[in-house]
Ligand binder design. Structure first.
Ligand code: ADP
Length: 637
């Protein structure tokens, strides 16, 4: 991909096509708010300084004689340029290619595939994707980056118009760090202006922990005389936001800080800022995002909090401070007790980390519980985005299962359609007096669940059933057995007892079953496919259904296991028929055994289809259906 002009020591390299596409889209969708380019560039500069500060703990020589970290912003009105210069870690030539050659994110293609063409929803998507360095092209016709790695080696000049290619040159005698020089577009010259820049810095980057400096101007406190010599002065408060006390920090500042740590473009849904004193001292500032990233279900992706030790940045994505099911939480942990040279390996075993993790987990769960109580609509929005991930917690985090159970929301036969907004508390509050179970059904889709024949008797008797149709639900229910002491009962399993009824004893069940003359005849036809045949107590409209045995694997789980190539334990369903249904009456009087068998097979296949299952032999099912149809339709000749 490179077109090297080695004689001139200058190289031209192509940007990836995806990068160009993303760039166009970003310029388009963020145009009305394009001043955020400065926030993004300052954020990168501050990260670069954080990285160097961390490295210099082990190797102080990296700092040379320039140990005062700072970010300087300057502009040249006549040339139409502005510059953001940091004395952070800088980049080597290879790093420049790796980081600036593309809109450096894995999954760009996947992201582009998610775009709809609708500007509003696309700009939300681009928000969660993070805009970063490339946002400079919203205001610049050309971007020039001069950078010198703290590790030594040649300095590098990178230039690009953001279109097709960028060029790279070696440059000597650069100061350590990175200077980003923007050659402003005609309609963006307002950014080469003092008041405008100061305003943007204070608005978006006040919380950055290093001074962001600009040259003083006579209008900014310096005496107005001819001798005036501009000096660099800090424009921001340069105090890391989480180190300030809660009462001093404005909501707007919290929101801007969130964008800095999360690379999200939207505001957070909520946050919690706490200083903990006691056995271990630390500060946590945790945020819940509004929207789930498109790769939320990839459990392997980097996630976690930014870790600082005594204000020094240590690492991004410290995932030891949160359980996996809270991987969407963003924020900062600043510990006073951990050593500065702490590594990921140490974090894994450290009891201080475990204790912080437990506390942060509880904090997030109580934030959510609070939101559910006080701002149910906001909580619902959260649940719709992140509910499925939180369900992983109900299965994985035994210690917090009760707290997580309170946060669960489901669709239900008494709820409003597909909306998952019924809590277990709601359910228990309105259950019947003599009801001793929480009934639920798991299926692959809302339609299959809500129209399942298994629900007929429950609907008739006005007993609420939770409708579960997320991929994870059957797995969830295998670990969630009760809520407030009331057991969960899967209406598709076994011989469900309705409110007021005792669950029948095994022997009694057999006796009942044997009483009906159809049992034996049906058994003779499909006996090899089923665990048993019995008259149903749950059907009121449909002729037949399949019930799972108490430990059988349901359709949803079966499909997941099959897809992952795992072998399936053999588990046959029970065939239940509705003895009161006219079809069964007809069947009872059928004397032709072949025809009887054909009809029973059809009923069996139908029941399996209604469950959302797949037929073992669909061709034979279709043939049987057609034979029946032929019998029904008048002959044409
Ligand atoms: P992000 O910051 O989300 O990783 P960006 O597109 O903003 O994405 O930046 C890409 C990468 O380029 C950064 O992760 C960093 O490695 C590098 N980079 C950007 N700006 C600087 C800078 N001022 N100093 C050193 N490295 C930088």
């Amino acid at each position: 991909m490179s077109d090297t002009q080695s004689e001139t020591q200058s190289e031209t390299l192509n940007c990836q096509t995806e990068a160009k596409q993303l760039l166009q889209l970003m310029i388009h969708s963020l145009y009305s708010n394009r001043e955020i380019f400065l926030r993004e560039l300052i954020s990168n500069a501050s990260d670069a300084i954080d990285k160097l500060r961390f490295r210099s703990i082990e190797d102080a020589s990296l700092l040379g004689d320039d140990a005062e970290f700072r970010i300087d912003i300057s502009f040249d009105k006549d040339a139409g340029t502005m510059t953001i210069a940091d004395n952070g870690i800088g980049m080597s030539r290879d790093e420049v290619i790796a980081h600036l050659g593309t809109i450096a994110k894995s999954g760009t293609a996947e992201f582009l595939a998610n775009l709809t063409g609708d500007q509003k929803s696309d700009s939300q998507l681009i928000g969660q994707f993070g805009v970063g360095f490339y946002s400079a092209f919203m205001v610049a016709k050309e971007v020039e980056v001069l950078t010198q790695s703290a590790a030594g080696g040649d300095g590098v000049r990178w230039r690009s118009t953001g279109e097709d290619a960028y060029s790279l040159d070696a440059v000597e005698d650069l100061p350590r760090g990175t200077q980003v020089i923007l050659h402003l577009q005609e309609d963006a010259l307002e950014y080469a202006e003092d008041a405008r820049l100061r305003h943007i810095v204070t608005r978006y980057s006040d919380h950055i922990g290093v001074p962001v400096r600009m040259f003083s101007t006579p209008g900014y406190g310096a005496p107005e005389d001819e001798e005036f010599v501009p000096e660099l002065e800090a424009v921001n408060s340069a105090q890391a936001l989480w180190t300030r006390s809660r009462s001093e920090v404005e909501d707007e500042e919290y929101k801007e800080f969130y964008k800095h740590v999360s690379h999200d473009f939207e505001d957070p849904l909520s946050w919690s800022h706490n200083r903990v004193e006691g056995k271990f001292e630390y500060t946590s500032l945790i945020y819940l995002p509004k929207r789930a990233p498109f790769d939320l279900y990839n459990r392997e992706l980097p996630k976690g909090l930014k870790l600082y030790v005594q204000r020094v940045f240590i690492m991004d994505d410290a995932d030891q401070f949160l359980p996996l099911y809270l991987r969407f939480v963003k924020g900062v942990i600043d510990s006073n007790d951990l050593p500065l040279n702490v590594s990921r390996e140490i974090l894994q075993q450290d009891e201080r980390v475990t204790s912080i993790r437990n506390a942060v987990t509880k904090r997030v769960l109580s934030m959510l519980e609070d939101m559910a109580k006080k701002e149910p609509e906001q909580y619902q929005a959260f649940w719709d985005e992140f509910g499925e991930v939180l369900k992983e917690g109900a299965g994985e985090d035994f210690a917090n299962r009760a707290a997580i159970s309170k946060l669960l929301r489901f669709a239900s036969t008494a709820g409003d359609g597909k909306n998952k907004n019924v809590s277990l508390e709601d359910y228990l509050k309105r259950k019947k007096d003599d009801q001793e179970s929480i009934y639920y059904i798991c299926a692959e889709t809302f339609e299959t669940a809500s129209r399942s024949p298994h629900l007929e008797i429950f609907k008739d008797k006005g007993v609420e059933v939770l409708l579960m149709f997320d991929r994870i639900d059957e797995w969830l229910m295998s670990s969630l057995t009760e809520s407030e002491g009331v057991p969960f009962v899967d209406v598709m399993r076994g011989d469900v007892a309705l409110p007021g009824e005792a669950k029948p004893e095994e022997d009694q069940e057999d006796e009942d079953a044997e009483e009906h003359p159809l049992v034996e005849r049906i058994q003779a036809v499909i006996g090899d496919k089923v665990e048993g045949v019995r008259p149903s107590k749950r059907l009121t409209g449909s002729p037949a259904c399949l019930a799972l045995s108490d430990y059988g694997v349901g359709v949803q789980m079966r499909k997941i296991l099959e897809a992952s190539g795992q072998s399936m334990p053999e588990s046959k369903p029970f065939f239940e028929f509705n003895a009161a249904h006219p079809l069964l009456h007809r069947l009872d009087t059928e004397v032709d055994e072949d025809r009887f068998a054909e009809l029973v097979e059809l009923l069996f296949d139908q029941a399996s289809l209604a469950e959302g299952g797949t037929l073992q032999d669909p061709a034979t099912y279709v043939e049987r259906m057609n034979r029946l149809l032929m019998d029904l339709l008048p002959a044409t000749d």
